[in-house]
Write a protein that binds this ligand. Sequence first.
Ligand code: PMV
Length: 349
Amino acid sequence: MQGKMTWESPSNIALVKYWGKYGDQLPQNPSLSMTLHKALTTTSIHYSNNYNQEEVKLSFLFDDQPNADFEKRLFHYLVRLTDRYPLISRLRLEVSSRNTFPHSSGIASSASAFSALALGLLSVIEEVSGEKRNTDSFFQEASNLARMGSGSASRSVYGGYVVWGKTDGFPKYSNSTAHPVTTAIHPVFQEMHDSILIVNAATKKVGSSAGHGLMNTNPFAKVRYQQAEQHVIEMHQVLTNGDLERFIQIVEQEALTLHALMMASQPGYLLLEGGTLAIIDRVKQFRNDTKIPLCFTLDAGPNVHLLYPASYKAEIDDLIKRELLLFCTSNHFLDDGIGHGPTKVTNQG
Ligand code: PMV
């Protein structure tokens, strides 16, 4: 048996950050993200089933080129998944992946990469085993498999606002899979924009795995995990009541806390750069002067995400071009916004 599966899956930006993990990539605190629209990974898996083989066979292309590092990471991931799905070891897989955003643009590609991969892999597993899940169970399991590759990827299998991690008062939420936020979303949050300012596109000095690890000895860890849970709970109310002021406070506090935790790790480290700080300063000044509800957030790196309601796009574009692009590498920024989640590509070309 052979065939091909292709999925397209977006990246996401955490409003409440996941930072710290335990066990098999389970989060120490719940996180809440907004799924993006344009920053996508498309992954095709050509598969065949070989009953005489005992270990998965894999070849991997990124942008049509072999990539030994990614292939190795993917191979180990597949081997880990054979405990759950023994049939993986009988598969011969040719995986081919590409991003819509430039490679090393500073966008966290692991969320879109592992969600596209997990969705594709689960489609292959269903096809080969002949055991089909219903839609809910398919996406829950894809989220679970994506999580094992990269924690934040668990959230990218859903569109809109998504929570991953046990949260007081929300019995459905779990540490193993993400869930879409199903409370009503105020219109102002249904059309959020995200302009991503690339301050530095280079690979991070300290990767997120090492960063999560350092939370185990961080003296502020316990209180941080409680704060994140409170923020996730409160963010549900904010998303429903449209309170932009509180949204801004939570989102910016989350971004700065993430980096404060890095600085307070043992050993401490710093991923913010001069350009990051200059942009943050100007965003605050602009908000003060114009009363336009623009805020910033950060990933585990120096690049800045600007979040704002779609109706202010012209003013923010103007601000970026006038005052912020000079802090960006090769005058680079990516225009994105809230998205609907992954899609299965049915035209296999
Ligand atoms: O999924 P990871 O292991 O790359 O961790 C992501 C961590 C942050 O991007 C900083 C926060 C988050 O919740 O996405």
